[in-house]
Design a protein around this ligand. Structure first.
Ligand SMILES: [Zn+2]
Length: 107
């Protein structure tokens, strides 16, 4: 019986992006292990320079960026209790969005 598996970074060819996922809210109640920021968050991105901000989900107003751009929510709910909320984008649309996002990254 297999309960989990992992793939080591030593066998991947592409540069890896190190990330972790944590539970920060359960049934609408903030919940996180010590050292983590509890509660749901919004991820905002500037429409001009791509700068991102993470704010509490309940924060009001996205605000403006130092560059003059406007911050907007970039997370979109696609699933709610097994109900699909939106049809997925076509692969060509996804590629276009990714290429636009990568263009403004500082590498
Ligand atoms: Zn900006």
């Amino acid at each position: 019986m297999v309960h989990g598996y992992g793939i080591g970074t030593a066998i991947s060819n592409a540069p890896v992006i190190d990330f972790a996922m944590d539970t920060v809210e359960l049934d609408g109640k903030p919940l996180a292990k010590r050292g983590k920021w509890s509660g749901s968050k919004s991820v905002l991105a500037c429409d001009r320079c791509g700068t991102r901000r993470i704010v509490p989900y309940t924060a009001k107003g996205a605000g403006t960026c130092a560059c003059g751009g406007v911050f907007a929510e970039i997370l979109v709910s696609v699933l709610n209790h097994e109900t699909l909320l939106a049809e997925p984008d076509a692969p060509a649309t996804i590629r276009k969005k990714v290429m636009e996002a990568v263009r403004i990254l500082e590498l």
